[in-house]
Design a protein around this ligand. Structure first.
Ligand code: COA
Length: 159
C-alpha cells in the first residue's frame, strides 16, 4: 500500500533535527509532505514564505518530499493533501503530553488519519528552533544544528 504522510510544524527555521525525522519518514512512506504552518499564534521570526523557501532548499535532494505552506487547521490540510498519516517527532518525554493531546484531537477531527511518532538521533534530542535562534542571535555557532543556508539566514535575521 502506498502511504502518503504529512509532517507538520512551524519550522522557524528548519533544523537538522527536523531533517533527521523527515529522512526517517521518507524510508517508511511513499511520499512525505513537509507542511509549514503559518501559525501566527507562535509569532514566527521568519515569514511563512521564507520558512517554506528554507525547507525546500534544505530538502531539495530528497526525492519523495514536497514542502507546502498552510494557514488552515492542520486536520483540514492533511485531509486536503490526502495524507493517511501524520508524522510527529518525539525528542524527549517532555514532548509527550502535548503530542498526546494533539494526536487525540486530530483523531477526533479526522478519524481515518493515524498519528505516528518518530524519534530523532540522540544528538538532536535537545535542539529546538527557538534555542537555535537564541544561540544565533547571541553570535554563537549553529553549524551543528542547521544547514549552511539556514545558518546564513539566521545570522542575517538575528545579528
Ligand atoms: N528537531 C528539532 N526541533 C524539533 C523537532 C526535531 N525533530 N521536533 C520538534 N522540534 C521543535 C520545533 O523546533 C519547535 O521548537 P520551538 O517551539 O522552540 O520553535 C517545537 O519543537 C515544536 O514545534 P513544531 O514541531 O514545529 O510544531 P508546533 O508545535 O509548532 O506545531 C502545528 C505546529 C501547526 C503542527 C501544531 O501547532 C498544530 O497542529 N496545531 C493544531 C492547530 C492548527 O491546525 N494550527 C494550524 C495553524 S496554521
Amino acid at each position: 500500500m502506498k502511504i502518503k504522510a504529512i509532517y507538520p510544524g512551524t519550522f522557524d527555521p528548519i533544523t537538522n533535527g527536523h531533517t533527521d525525522i523527515i529522512k526517517r519518514a521518507t524510508k517508511l512512506f511513499e511520499q512525505v509532505i513537509v507542511a509549514v504552518a503559518a501559525n501566527p499564534t507562535k509569532a514566527p521570526a521568519f515569514s511563512l514564505e521564507k520558512r517554506v523557501e528554507l525547507a525546500t532548499t534544505v530538502l531539495a535532494n530528497i526525492n519523495n518530499v514536497t514542502v507546502l505552506g498552510f494557514d488552515i487547521l492542520l486536520a483540514k490540510f492533511a485531509k486536503q493533501c490526502d495524507a493517511q498519516v501524520i508524522v510527529r517527532g518525539l525528542r524527549a518525554v517532555s514532548d509527550f503530553e502535548y503530542e498526546f493531546q494533539m494526536a487525540g484531537m486530530n483523531r477526533t477531527l479526522i478519524p481515518d488519519i493515524e498519528t505516528i511518532f518518530l524519534t530523532p538521533a540522540n544528538k538532536y534530542s535537545y535542539i529546538s528552533s527557538s534555542l537555535v535562534r537564541e544561540v544565533a542571535a547571541l553570535g554563537g555557532p549553529v553549524d551543528d544544528f542547521v544547514s549552511p543556508i539556514v545558518r546564513a539566514a539566521l545570522y542575517q535575521k538575528m545579528c
